[in-house]
Design a protein around this ligand. Structure first.
Ligand SMILES: Cc1ncc(COP(=O)(O)O)c(C=O)c1O
Ligand SMILES: N[C@@H](CCOP(=O)(O)O)C(=O)O
Length: 463
């Protein structure tokens, strides 16, 4: 299996190379050259299997020769053994034909653990083989950062630097990143928003001297392996509701577009998905784009679902690549225009292709609170604000005939203030995290400036 860049000008790589490379050297994102499919029988055979075996069968065709079957199985086994639910990604019924897919039973209580725990294992195998050491730099609006730290903390051959927007993540999220005491972990509070963090991260990848000097690697959803690991739970959920014999739809609370792009890959692989619904908070660039055809920056507005406070949605580039018939030049031009003018207009043909695949909805702050309250009143479930954005859009978009699965992307205890405001109940952290607010914090405040950030990485990384 080979991987090509969405901008068409970077070297073609194998799975492990693409995983260790992160951003392509032409600024694009790696995608598989072809998308493997599973037959209806192959999908039906997933029924009743463990999450781990499903993961192996769904992801194996994308991995090629990069890992042996034994290595890959062992990595999957270790990745999910620490999850707090035997099903790993259980489904809970919210209403007739509306289900929540709980993706927050991993070590840091958000869906990011599904991919990060796996790539942590795969990186270790690949690095041990090559004898390399790397510097991971990640950008986070709150959840990716702690998941990355959890997956890579304490490793001798990896340093992890996480850029997060100062003052714009929840207290639990910040403490998950600032309290680990391992010497290879560095939490950097950037004076800016998530878009600034992600832009500086991409600037670092495009500074080839720096990139090569520090052995830069990326674990954001820039990294294809992150997206791939998230494809699995679309299969496990759909099969448990009757796929391939029965169609299902998914609503996905969306920011950087990685999670819903994984759903698109599942559909391309043959999973009978009727609709993929994008749910945004007030940072609604994706909803506006699907509605108007114009993808235009509007400034990040802080919200009570802070992990989705994103405007420049990294993986949308992967969707554009598909919508433009895999034309890397066209994508490169759009991305240039975005950089120059802060927006671009999607061609009619590509817009239609996107609309054939995705529908969308936007949820304001009060509606998010109302949805947390209404869900609690109707079902007794406490849901996080991101999940609430999904539930609200799903309720508006779903039709009675096809089961709708809304992705519950984080544990409510990561956002206790919003949940308490809506329901009067303050969700508690699991016992193993009970001392989170007693631990010492270690964080460096850094300006939103490439040279300053690169200087911190150079100075702190171990050589
Ligand atoms: C809790 C939560 N929900 C939803 C999202 C959106 O996911 P994506 O960026 O893959 O669209 C994120 C992060 O991006 C998140 O942390
Ligand atoms: N919401 C994310 C933003 C970064 O997402 P990624 O999936 O591109 O790594 C976060 O919580 O950090």
């Amino acid at each position: 299996m080979r991987y090509v860049s969405t901008r068409g000008k970077a070297p073609v790589l194998t799975f492990d190379e693409a995983m260790l490379t992160g951003l392509a050297r032409d600024g694009g994102l790696y995608v598989p050259e072809t998308i493997p499919t599973l037959t209806a029988d192959g999908i039906a055979a997933l029924g009743g299997l463990s999450y781990e075996e499903t993961a192996f069968r769904v992801m194996r065709p994308f991995v090629g020769d990069a890992f042996t079957d034994d290595e890959f199985r062992s990595a999957i086994g270790k990745a999910y053994e620490g999850f707090g639910h035997t099903a790993r990604a259980p489904l809970v019924q919210l209403a007739p034909n509306h289900f929540l897919l709980e993706l927050f039973h991993g070590p840091t209580l958000a869906f990011k653990d599904f991919a990060m725990q796996l790539i942590g294992q795969l990186f270790q195998i690949a690095l041990a083989r090559s004898g390399r050491r790397i510097t991971i730099v990640g950008a986070t609006s709150g959840d990716t950062g702690s998941a990355a730290i959890e997956a890579f903390r304490g490793l001798d051959n990896v340093d992890v630097f996480i850029l997060f927007p100062e003052g714009r993540v929840s207290d639990v999220q910040r403490r998950q990143m600032t309290t680990p005491s391992e010497a290879n972990v560095h939490a950097l509070a950037v004076k800016g928003d998530f878009d600034d963090c992600q832009a500086r991260l991409k600037d670092m990848f495009n500074d080839f001297d720096f990139r090569d000097e520090v052995g830069l690697a990326g674990v954001n959803s820039i990294n294809w392996a992150r997206v791939l690991a998230q494809v699995v739970y679309y299969f496990s959920a759909a099969v448990s509701l009757g796929a391939p014999g029965r169609k299902v739809s998914f609503t996905v609370p969306t920011g950087n577009f990685g999670d819903i792009f994984a759903g698109y890959i599942a559909k391309r692989m043959g999973l009978p998905i009727e609709r993929l619904v994008i749910a945004t908070n007030q940072n609604d660039i994706l909803h506006r784009c699907l509605t108007t055809g114009r993808y235009e920056m509007d400034g990040v507005k802080p919200s009570i679902s802070p992990s989705m406070d994103i405007q420049v949605s990294s993986n949308f580039e992967r969707a554009l690549f598909e919508a433009y018939g895999r034309d890397g030049n066209a994508v490169a031009q759009l991305m240039e225009e975005m950089k120059r003018e802060g927006g671009f207009t999607v061609s009619q043909g590509a817009l239609q292709a996107l609309r054939d695949l995705f529908t969308s909805g936007r949820v304001g702050e009060d509606e998010t609170l109302e949805t947390i309250a209404a869900t609690h009143a109707a079902t007794g479930e406490l849901i996080c604000p991101h999940t609430a954005v999904g539930v609200r859009v799903a309720e508006a978009e779903r039709d009675a005939a096809v089961p709708m699965i809304t992705l519950a992307t984080a544990h409510p205890a990561k956002f206790p203030d919003a949940v308490e405001k809506a329901t009067g109940q303050r969700p508690g952290l699991p016992d193993r995290m009970g001392d989170l607010f007693k631990r010492d914090e270690r964080v460096t405040s850094v300006p939103n400036d490439l040279a300053a950030l690169e200087a911190v990485v150079r100075e702190r990384r171990r050589t």
